[in-house]
Design a protein around this ligand. Structure first.
Ligand code: C2E
Ligand code: MG
Ligand code: MG
Length: 743
């Protein structure tokens, strides 16, 4: 037993001595010479292979041994470094956090350490080392210095840094990637929670980027994205707050930002900057941008909620014409929900027989005689009544319902038209999705064959967006359709890119000038007229007809006639009629319509009234706001409020504004807003600041989600009319100002 324990102790001592002493001259006395020599050879071999190096210091930290490999790297033969402070070989570290992991920190503690960091400049480059050390004791058990080992970890560090960069940054633009910028949003929201610090997120999507990418090639698209990234980083002033989510989508996170006036200005600045021409390898290209904005906590508490809502706002911005920004508003959520319901109902609409095709006459401008009809789809929803195709066609396009719906319409229109007397034509709208399908020519052929309608009596209306796809496919489709003998019309000219170039290449028989462009001729005068004159001249030269759409008044009709537009379609002649009604009008194959309508075009005005809540003393009233501008409005529905009275107008969604009565006329008051409203990006107005749900809740008020027009319902027994807190205007101002102060 005794012997066993002795040999065991010896073995342990030998192992630890072997581990601790690189060379025989340190503590090698316990071994025989042959073993020492072998040991030294191995260690020297290790040094020479450059796998690592050794070092030793005395109790004062002065070098007593250092491998040649590292000493030459750090600027001297080993002998020249003997006696120098080990730390003097390395750069000093300033950061407090870093210090805990570095050499000086460990050396001073006289304890064992592993992989302490040390840096040194070698040939102008920073190199990074990991040092490990074992403290040595003298005969009396006191600290006698270190024996240690070191390795060069520069390459590992670099590739680790590159890997973490690749995981967090977009390789093309160098901006933070989706993960990184989403983490930033997450972290910001978490850090600001409870501190009344808001933050905003902007989702930016480029307009027409796909077109550039498809027509000019991916290298150009990539170069363009890089320039977009540079412009964005420059405007925001901190590239770390701008992320590329992928494709042509970018996200900006703005801390302590909730002034919608300032956010709208910034968004406008971004849109303007990104819309300036780009020069790529000497080629000029132009794109645009749309932006959706959501602000925490008003528009979402979590980052997912905030991003979803910013995305809804972005879609709304794109939907209302691109090149715009849009703030999130709760009505967008409701609209998205409505859309989901409609999409669901649309799936069965055909089989339930809820769809019908109506026909709007197209008349010859010179003779008022109907030359044909445009087939327009009508949906009679069992609960909601008639739903406009302007609403359900885009839903059908997103939900992949267009192929079935389009084919049904085409077959129905051909069958109806085949029964019409005379040579009347029928025009059918073809969605870009249908156009993109190889099956289209076959479907058209089959619809003609089944109905017996001659091909030249069928016209297909196509929008410019079909030119955004693959050019050779587009050309092939046009050729196949033309071979069938059908007519082709370019629909909605003047709403998209309106490139006259398309007219030269595609075999159109007709150009339909969009209603919005027609309106522009009487509202904006000469410019649109000159463009229409040019289109008509070009169309005439190429043997195409022209139709002006949406003619509602005699002044528009006269303008179109003066511009030599050949055909007219619009309410001034007729709305779309059912096939039964149509049969009654065209009994003998002819229908001459006498135009009937207003002499002048009524200028389209936005509805300028809005239901609001008004808080006065501790009462909450309903009222209607009319003619409102950024600085004031007329309020309907309050009786006998004297001049100078101040109250709070509740515009919904936490938008409260203090108003002062400047003019009082019985039930109408002219009020001035204390803080001017700002542009909401949708042609409307909103408040700069909002009172957060938390502040309202603290005052005993909750919002009423069922009523988008008002924010507040008091939690009281008296039916929600009495407000328990904020009795005075001063208190209200404090609450609104409080929201402002949080910004
Ligand atoms: P569109 O092809 O430009 O059709 C003309 C639209 O203008 C029709 O709206 C028509 O009712 C309306 N309109 C005609 N004259 C006037 C006027 O004097 N004043 C005003 N304010 N409007 C006028 P509708 O029927 O609501 O259709 C809207 C759009 O939906 C159509 O625009 C077309 O793009 C699409 N659409 C309709 N039916 C179909 C279809 O069967 N297939 C496809 N793919 N799209 C369809
Ligand atoms: Mg059309
Ligand atoms: Mg049109």
């Amino acid at each position: 037993m005794g012997q066993d324990s002795t040999s065991g102790a010896n073995a342990t001592a030998a192992t630890s001595a072997r581990r601790a002493s690189p060379f025989a001259r340190w503590g090698g006395g316990k071994r025989d010479t042959a073993e020492q020599d072998e040991h030294s050879r191995l260690l020297r071999n290790y040094e020479e292979m450059g796998l690592g190096w050794f070092w030793a210091t005395d109790a004062e930290g002065r070098i007593t041994y250092i491998s040649e490999q590292i000493s030459t790297m750090l600027g001297g033969a080993p002998d020249a470094l003997i006696g120098r402070d080990l730390l003097s070989l390395f750069q000093s570290v300033n950061s407090e956090v870093e210090k805990r992991r570095t050499l000086p920190f460990h050396l001073i503690r006289h304890a064992r350490f592993e992989n302490a960091q040390a840096h040194a400049e070698v040939d102008g480059e920073e190199r990074c080392f990991a040092l490990s050390g074992q403290p040595q004791t003298d005969a009396k058990g006191g600290f006698a210095g270190y024996l240690g080992h070191g390795i060069d970890v520069t390459e590992e560090r670099l590739s680790a840094a590159q890997n973490s960069r690749a995981a967090a940054y977009d390789t093309l633009t160098g901006l933070p990637n989706r993960r990184k910028v989403t983490d930033l949003l997450d972290d910001t929201i978490k850090a600001f929670r409870g501190k009344k610090r808001p933050c905003a997120v902007l989702l930016i999507n480029l307009d027409r980027f796909k077109q550039i990418n498809d027509t000019m090639g991916h290298p150009v698209g990539d170069a363009l994205l890089k320039q977009v990234a540079e412009r964005l980083a420059k405007i925001i002033g901190d590239a770390e707050k701008v992320g590329r989510l992928g494709g042509d989508e970018f996200q900006v996170v703005l801390q302590d930002s909730h002034d919608r006036g300032a956010l709208g200005d910034l968004a406008t600045q971004i849109i303007e900057s990104l819309s300036h021409p780009y020069s790529i390898n000497g080629t000029r290209c132009i794109i645009g941008a749309s932006i959706g904005i959501a602000v925490n906590p008003y528009d979402g508490i979590t980052s997912e909620e905030l991003l979803r809502n910013a995305d809804l706002a972005l879609h709304a911005a794109k939907g209302s014409g691109r090149g715009r920004f849009r703030f999130f508003a709760t009505e967008l959520l409701k609209a998205a929900e409505d859309r989901r319901v409609l999409e669901h109902d649309l799936r069965d609409a055909l089989t339930k027989g809820e769809m019908a095709v109506h026909y709007q006459p197209v008349v010859n401008a010179a003779t008022n005689e109907v030359s044909g009809f445009e087939a327009l789809l009508r949906w009679n929803h069992p609960k909601r009544g008639r739903i406009s195709p302007a609403i359900f066609i885009p839903i059908a396009e997103d939900a992949n319902l267009i192929p079935a719906l389009g084919e049904w319409t085409l077959r129905q229109a051909c069958m109806d038209a085949a029964q019409w007397p005379g040579e009347l034509r029928v025009a059918v709208n073809v969605s870009p999705i249908q156009f993109a399908s190889e099956k289209l020519p076959k479907t058209v052929m089959s619809a003609l064959a089944n109905s017996g309608l001659p091909a030249e009596r069928l016209e297909l209306e196509i929008t410019e967006s079909v030119f955004l796809g693959d050019t050779s496919e587009t050309d092939a489709r046009f050729a196949a359709l033309k071979r069938l003998g059908v007519r082709l019309a370019l629909d909605d000219f003047g709403t998209g890119y309106s490139s006259l170039g398309y007219l030269k290449t595609a075999p159109f028989d007709k150009i339909k000038i969009d209603q919005s462009f027609v309106r522009g001729t009487t509202e904006e005068g000469a410019r649109n007229q000159a463009i229409i004159a040019a289109i008509v001249a070009l169309a005439g030269a190429m043997g195409m007809e022209t139709t002006a759409e949406g003619i509602e008044s005699f002044d528009q009709l006269e303008t179109m006639k003066a511009l030599k537009v050949s055909h007219i379609q619009g309410f001034l002649y007729s709305r779309a009629v059912s096939n039964e009604d149509l049969a009654g009008y065209v009994e003998d194959g002819r229908w001459v319509i006498k135009p009937n309508g207003p002499a002048k075009q009524r200028h389209s005005r936005h509805a300028t009234f809005r239901r609001v809540g008004v808080i006065h003393d501790n009462h909450y009233y309903s009222a209607v706001l009319r003619n409102f501008s950024a600085s004031g409005a007329l309020i309907d529905g309050l009786v006998d409020v004297p001049q100078g009275t101040q109250f709070v107008v509740d515009l919904g969604d936490g938008q409260l504004v203090v108003a002062t009565v400047r003019r009082a006329l019985n039930s109408q008051q002219g009020v001035e807003f204390e803080q001017h409203l700002v542009d909401d990006g949708d042609g409307g107005l909103c408040t700069r600041h909002r009172v957060s749900p938390a502040i309202l809740a603290a005052a005993g008020l909750t919002s009423d989600p069922s009523n988008p027009n008002s924010t507040l319902v008091a939690k009281t027994e008296e039916g929600g009319l009495t407000l328990p807190a904020f009795h005075t205007i001063t208190e209200w101002k404090a609450a609104i100002e409080g929201a402002k102060a949080a910004a």
